[in-house]
Write a protein that binds this ligand. Structure first.
Ligand SMILES: Cc1ncc(COP(=O)(O)O)c(C=O)c1O
Length: 502
């Protein structure tokens, strides 16, 4: 019998792999005596101890059994089979196809449709990507210090599934002051960002075929979470004022849930006016539906007073969701739900089931950032920084595109929408490509729409772009635009088409 080693890694691990391969090929048959250790060591030119180490591991893994005074044998239960892909080196064939449940297939379809819609365009010198933000050095220094607090407190065991009480207390204080939401910390549940909050609500509230309303254009990751739960998604067109409650399906129990971004509609940036807010809540009460309020960038409002949250108006109907993805950075994976009282226990138990609670060290560090005032100072600094970038972007768009561009949704958040009325929507793809050739990353609004928009538009983010790069970037964007824009009658005709669905 030839035991040949593959030369990769420690010698004892090579011996283990070689012997397993022999068992799997049936060369070492079930119940047979294992090769004598002394001889094997001699054949392989290694010490007997190395072979003994390998045998010990094979006994632990159940390939070999040791019988007192008799020696070591191949386990009886083992029969020859082809090795698992990757384990046997050269012999490995294509891996087995996944056998998913119908539910699993639905989850896969939903996630495939949403993942990767927006991501940085590698190699772009100026990237107007939206949905991303980076903290400044001052926050990083504060964060380094804050992280040592939960470490000193030795926060290593499981925490409360609802999340760190100190952090929930800090969130509760700010929600009361800034968003008009007065809720005890018992109604606040920390989550791994908005995405997990959506998933928890979808799992708890939606069954196969239940209807859920989303905004169109809207946030594809929310749609994906609802579809993954088996729900039927009804995209309702938004207009300049966001979601129009008059377009919601009629009748009791016509939908179980409505997902909205009332403070800064994603992606158009519309603010839902008071009359629509009340109409939406009245509709939800009639339909016995919940409203999921995604307040993803409420901290960054550049003009006027902060807009009170919907959740402040009807605590029994609105599920409010906040995230630190914008105010800090997306990879902190921390957000929170503020729930109607009846949904608190289901949500906490669902959170426990999902991951037994978020990462305590991050929660603890964030609580410390709040307690020391660093978080609020950071948000104020970032507000100034984003305002400067927003102003530069708006100015540059006006300077380089003049009457060819209509800017919307620039009063808050980290992105705005640039409508290009003279450009046929079908040419947006050419515009994106022409920008890319010039090293500029821009993103079509149509990527977030269920029904293709009638007008061309770009979503331009300024969460990660340097303020000094904005003007040169827009100048190149304008050059790309002139390259793809039609001239004459077609442009004039196109400009007459309204931006929103009638
Ligand atoms: C509409 C909307 N909601 C929420 C988020 C943040 O999601 P998360 O907290 O899961 O990172 C984003 C990020 O881009 C968003 O665009």
């Amino acid at each position: 019998m030839v035991v040949s080693l593959d030369g990769r890694g420690p010698r004892y691990a090579q011996i283990i792999r070689a012997l397993i391969a022999l068992v799997e090929r049936g060369v070492l048959s079930a119940g047979s005596r294992a090769p004598a250790t002394r001889e094997l060591a001699r054949d392989l030119g290694c010490s007997r101890n190395v072979v003994l180490m390998a045998y010990e591991q094979l006994i632990v893994e159940g390939y070999f059994v040791s019988r007192e005074r008799e020696g070591t044998f191949v386990a009886r239960e083992l029969s020859p089979r082809s090795p698992p892909a990757g384990a046997g080196g050269a012999a490995a064939g294509p891996s087995r196809k996944a056998v998913l449940s119908p539910h699993g297939r639905g989850v896969l379809r939903a996630a495939r449709a949403a993942m990767g819609i927006v991501g940085c365009q590698p190699g772009c010198a100026v990237d107007f990507v939206h949905g991303l933000s980076v903290p400044d050095d001052r926050l990083l220094r504060a964060l380094r210090r804050a992280l040592s607090k939960p470490l000193r407190d030795r926060a290593f065991s499981y925490g409360s599934a609802a999340g760190d009480p100190a952090l929930r207390e800090q969130i509760s204080l700010r929600l009361r002051a800034a968003r008009g939401i007065a809720r005890p910390i018992a109604q606040i549940v920390l989550t791994s960002g908005t995405q997990q909050a959506l998933d928890i609500c979808a799992r708890l509230l939606l069954g196969q075929g239940d209807r859920v309303v989303v905004e169109d254009p809207g946030y594809e990751a929310a749609t994906a979470a609802f579809r993954a739960a088996g729900a039927t998604v009804l995209p309702v067109p938004v207009d300049r004022d966001g979601l129009d409650p008059a377009r919601l399906p009629a009748g009791r129990r016509s939908a179980k849930l409505v997902y909205v971004t009332p403070s800064h509609q994603f992606p158009t940036g519309a603010v839902l006016p008071a009359a629509r807010r009340y109409a939406l809540l009245a509709w939800a009460r009639r339909a016995r539906a919940y409203v999921f309020e995604d307040d993803y960038d409420g901290e960054f409002r550049f003009a006027g007073q902060p807009i009170p949250a919907l959740a402040g108006l009807d605590p029994d109907v609105v599920i409010y969701c906040g995230t630190f993805a914008k105010s800090l950075f997306p990879s902190c994976r921390l957000g929170y739900l503020v729930l109607p009282p009846a949904l608190v226990e289901p949500a906490v138990r669902c959170k426990w089931l999902t991951d037994r609670g978020s990462f305590r060290l991050v929660e603890g560090a964030l609580a410390e950032l709040f307690a020391t005032g660093h978080y609020d100072r950071h948000v104020r600094r970032m507000l100034r920084r984003y305002r400067a970038r927003r102003d530069t972007l708006v100015r540059s768009l006006r300077r380089h595109l003049g009457a060819e561009v209509e800017i919307e949704g620039s009063s808050a958040g980290l992105h705005l929408v640039a409508w290009l009325p003279a450009l046929p929507p079908a040419r947006v793809r050419d515009l994106v490509a022409a920008c890319r050739e010039r090293g500029i990353g821009v993103y079509p609004l149509a990527a977030h729409a269920a029904r293709p928009p009638k007008r061309a538009a770009l979503v331009l983010g300024y969460g990660v772009v340097d303020v000094n790069d904005i003007e040169p970037g827009v100048s190149k964007l304008a050059a790309a635009y002139r390259q793809v824009r039609p001239v004459g009658e077609l442009a004039a005709l196109n400009a007459q088409i309204p931006a929103y669905q009638e």
